[in-house]
Design a protein around this ligand. Structure first.
Ligand SMILES: Nc1ncnc2c1ncn2[C@@H]1O[C@H](COP(=O)(O)OP(=O)(O)O)[C@@H](O)[C@H]1O
Ligand SMILES: [Mg+2]
Length: 300
């Protein structure tokens, strides 16, 4: 039998939408001219991401965090999902990793449907959340990795071998037997990514992997991501650092207020908007400076 169907995409998203109910006591506040919110966004408390204006349905007020997006990510690429705080990046990532149900639309990851084939999706992915995965502060890096490997069903011996490989691969061997509470931000982040790779996923999701890292640790993390790509892993990362997308990504989608406003290779996006940097691309597309939103970054 002739098989002319192309290899399935690593990630395929169609019309994905997510709404959250807005829980308010009394009436939904309407934006007023005094509100600091821009572009129709309602006011947010200082330090909070800008919140899209709530909409009304018969079931009450809701916020549309993801507004019916499409995405195609080929295997083996680094794909950067770019946008300011509150754009809907984390919500999208949580749907793609089966942590959150979509309101409507479909998404396939590694060929499996995130709604009807959750187990298969989970078996094929790694996920490093925005706040990191190392939650055992009094355990060592090695113990964290061995525990994660055991949770994946590896026998003790195999778990130890896998942990040693990952410690080596992420330049953590020298720190392997220290408690993670003694690690620097960069070292912890490397351990987080190593934890995401324990199950040898074909698709790795990283939510803002370099937020809060100093330049040298960011470069180091970028090297790790490039190594993962060289080994065949698809890496889907969110960032609001445009230079990160520029330096790392094969393809980029720019998200703003729940919608994808541009996509392509960094070079295509720059050429299309006549910009020299991705920062200029965002400014040209939205009239806003993406960097302004960085000062609102909250890390709880
Ligand atoms: N659990 C939730 N309940 C209500 N609103 C939410 C929830 N999670 C996210 N949101 C809202 O959805 C929008 C997108 O958030 P998020 O996906 O975290 O954006 P990003 O990761 O791009 O900063 C924001 O307006 C946010 O306030
Ligand atoms: Mg986020």
């Amino acid at each position: 039998m002739l098989d002319s169907t192309p290899a399935p995409l690593a990630i395929e998203v169609r019309g994905l939408k997510k709404t959250f109910p807005v829980r308010t006591r009394g009436a939904v506040p309407k934006p007023t001219p005094a509100d600091p919110g821009q572009d129709g966004a309602s006011a947010s408390p200082p330090g909070q991401p800008p919140t899209p204006p709530p909409k009304q349905s018969r079931r009450g007020a809701f916020v549309e965090a993801v507004s019916g997006i499409d995405l195609d990510v080929p295997h083996g690429q680094v794909f950067a999902f770019l946008g300011p705080n509150g754009a809907g990046k984390t919500t999208t990532l949580r749907i793609l990793t089966t942590l959150l149900p979509a309101t409507s639309g479909t998404a396939k990851v590694a060929g499996f449907d995130v709604t009807t084939q959750q187990r298969q999706v989970r078996r094929n992915i790694g996920y490093v959340g925005q706040l990191g995965g190392t939650d055992l502060d009094h355990a060592t890096g090695r113990e964290n990795l061995v525990l994660a490997a055991r949770l994946y069903g590896l026998r003790k011996r195999d778990a130890l071998t896998r942990a040693a490989e990952l410690l080596e691969g992420f330049d953590l061997t020298a720190l392997a037997d220290q408690e993670t509470s003694t690690y620097s931000g960069g070292q912890r982040r490397r351990l987080d990514v190593a934890l995401g790779m324990v199950g040898q996923p074909s698709v790795l999701f990283l939510d803002e992997p370099s937020t809060g890292l100093d330049p040298q640790n960011r470069m180091n993390l970028w090297d790790q991501v490039r190594r993962l790509r060289a080994a065949g892993t698809t890496v889907f990362l969110t960032t609001h650092y445009l230079d990160e997308a520029d330096a790392l990504a094969d393809n980029v989608a720019i998200m703003d207020h729940g919608q994808i406003i541009a996509r392509g290779t960094p070079a295509e996006l720059k050429a299309r908007t006549g910009s020299t940097t991705l920062d200029d691309v965002f400014l040209t597309l939205t009239g806003r400076v993406l960097r302004d939103t960085e000062s609102q970054e909250v890390r709880s």
